[in-house]
Ligand binder design. Structure first.
Ligand SMILES: [Zn+2]
Length: 400
């Protein structure tokens, strides 16, 4: 038994590490057998060298052939299939972030490194110096993700079935009616955007992936994937594999910050910056309802905030308005003549200017009703973001 890890074999112009791993597993030598589903592991969502969603792949393999011939196969596969995928780069057309050339990494471990290494790779930016020594490894920066993917213990898992295209060109064809029918399956998620009725499972741009179907059970993903692949309007695929994933685990998040807002500013472009007693936070415009809620906040509002700390600022992935000052505060009406009471000055109470009715100073207005957790629309969430309608993941604690 042992573990194979692979990462950083793609660039925006083409390729996908899922496809590279799929082909690699299809070419295992005699005496080497895949155990369980391969793993698709999302790592730090803001890692500077990521291509898209920062995923790495791992697979448990039972090796019955001699160690020398196994290591020989690893060497040969690296040299002929993986290494040639390095040093490729395509600039993004919609994002200012600098894309770095691909720098593949491939690792083999007899025993997986501790799960804590995976947690670090999801929450921090690791370097090659942070890695435990593999039994065998090759390549560059990709060894970081490859090792972290092997280190994930896989116990809190969701599933993603991926189908790959025969041709990497032209518009993807995935049967829309069949996809719509999968909306009713509560074990599948993020199939379609309910607001736009648009399918979310097919990537845009150059990628060998035809679609990725995500779900909470392996059975639902296997069944849904088979239906989609056999549907009339779906283009022919050249491969299909269900992966065990850490998607929706919330593993990149550690705590809910319960804090008080001190200032809110809506910046150019619609991004909302919040100053709080626990530091700066930002709700980016694409976060939709999160940015809308953030922009409605003001000083003394109490919120629960969930997000990653990036360069000293919490990038909000969920926000909850807990309490705060009354909205639209006004003086009450006179009970006798229905005119608004006036303040007589500090400590002087209120008075009706018409009938001289007096009462102690007070405000009327709209009390803050606590909100549920507000999250970005499904197509704007990170792959790792949990769906908070089902509650907070157990590992997330509160700080206040
Ligand atoms: Zn009055």
């Amino acid at each position: 038994m042992g573990w194979l890890g692979l990462d950083d074999t793609d660039h925006l112009g083409g390729g996908c590490t899922t496809w590279t791993m799929h082909r690699l597993l299809a070419s295992l030598p005699e005496g080497a057998v895949l155990v369980d589903a391969p793993r698709l592991v999302r790592l730090h969502p803001a890692a500077p060298h990521r291509t898209r969603g920062n995923a790495a792949l791992a697979a448990e393999i039972e090796v019955k052939c001699a160690r020398e011939s196994w290591i020989g196969w690893l060497e040969h596969t690296w040299r002929t299939q993986i290494k040639p995928l390095g040093d490729r780069s395509t600039p993004s057309t919609h994002n200012e972030r600098q894309q770095s050339p691909s720098d593949p990494g491939m690792v083999w471990f007899d025993d997986p490194p501790p799960h804590t290494l995976y947690l670090r790779a999801v929450r921090e930016i690791l370097s090659e110096r942070d890695l435990p020594e593999a039994k065998w490894s090759a390549g560059g920066r990709g060894r970081i993700g490859a090792t972290a993917a092997v280190a994930w213990n896989g116990t809190e898992a969701t599933w993603e079935g991926i189908a790959w295209r025969k041709e990497e060109h032209g518009k993807r064809r995935v049967d829309a009616d069949l996809l719509a029918s999968l909306d009713d399956d509560p074990s599948l998620f993020a199939c379609r955007d309910p607001r736009k009725g648009r399918g979310l499972i097919a990537p845009r741009g150059a990628s060998p992936v035809l679609f990725g179907l995500r779900g909470t059970t392996r059975e639902a993903v296997e069944k849904g994937g088979a239906l989609l692949l056999n549907a009339a309007a779906t283009e022919p695929a050249c491969g299909w594999q269900v992966h065990r994933t850490n998607q929706a685990s919330g593993d990149h998040l550690t705590s809910v910050i319960s804090t008080t807002v001190t200032n809110v500013q809506v910046k150019r472009g619609g991004h909302v910056f919040i100053e709080t007693n626990h530091g700066a936070m930002v709700a980016f415009r694409p976060s939709g309802p999160v940015a809308t809620l953030a922009s409605s906040l003001g000083a003394e509002d109490v919120v629960d905030a969930l997000g990653m700390l990036v360069d000293g600022v919490v990038h909000l992935e969920a926000l909850r308005h807990v309490s705060g000052p009354m909205r639209s505060p006004r003086r009450p009406m006179c009970p006798h003549c229905q005119r608004r009471l006036k303040s007589m000055g500090q400590q002087q109470g209120l008075r009706c200017l018409t009938c001289n009715h007096r009462e102690p100073a007070r405000w009327v207005g709209v009390e803050v009703t606590p909100t549920a957790w507000i999250q970005p629309p499904i197509d704007r969430r990170r792959h790792l973001s949990p769906d908070l309608r089902y509650g907070l993941p157990d590992h997330i604690t509160f700080v206040s």
